[in-house]
Design a protein around this ligand. Structure first.
Ligand code: MN
Length: 201
């Protein structure tokens, strides 16, 4: 299922020029069913700065581009444009996509960790694939920077589905903390955007 869904990802990129992972079949270790799925949020200084929110589902990363990034305030509704699935290996990608290539600009692994699907309907757990199809997803993040529940709700279907990313009300919510402002270093390497650009370009 995941391999087929990476067709769009590959079509958009020229792997002779971009350092991004190609996500070839068999390139990474087989996913263990017992291992917790991962999430990653990448800060991406493309034409417009944004944060890419990605959830592992099988061998792929379901992906959304969030212009304002995640908030800890449950009153904030953050627009999240769903984009093509990315290969699992993308979760560790930090570097510079060269000028002229798709998504040109610096990419930082802003936060990463594992997540739990906590989507429920009528008090019953909804599997993540079903939740995505229905357009209502709730996840509990256990990242280095972000922890707690986040809800994704689809507000527009079609070729470019739009969702809202909202912090759920729980003990990890904090309206005063602005993580996109206070947390400016990579969760993977501790580097700033400037340092990544300088070292990887
Ligand atoms: Mn992006």
């Amino acid at each position: 299922m995941a391999t087929g869904s990476l067709r769009t990802y590959r079509k958009k990129r020229d792997f002779r020029h971009t350092p991004e992972p190609g996500g070839r079949r068999g390139g990474a270790k087989k996913a263990s069913g017992k291992r917790k799925p991962i999430f990653v949020i990448q800060k991406h200084a493309a034409r417009q700065m944004h944060y890419d929110f990605r959830l592992q589902v099988g061998r792929a990363l379901k992906s959304w581009a969030v212009p304002k990034g995640p908030s800890l305030n449950p009153n904030d509704k953050r627009m999240a444009a769903q984009v093509e699935d990315h290969p699992l290996g993308y979760a560790r990608f930090e570097g510079v996509i060269p000028k002229g290539e798709y998504g040109a600009g610096t990419v930082m692994v802003w936060d990463t960790g594992t997540y739990r699907n906590v989507t429920k309907k009528d008090d019953k757990e909804v599997p993540i694939t079903k939740a995505l199809k229905r357009g209502h997803v709730a996840v509990w993040l256990d990242g280095k920077k972000l922890k707690g529940g986040y809800a994704l709700s689809r507000i527009a279907k079609g070729k470019k589905p739009r969702w809202l990313l909202v912090k759920m009300t729980d003990e990890k919510a904090d309206a005063r903390r602005k993580p996109t402002k206070s947390e400016t270093k990579s969760a993977l390497t501790g580097r700033t955007m400037q340092k990544i650009k300088k070292e990887e370009e």
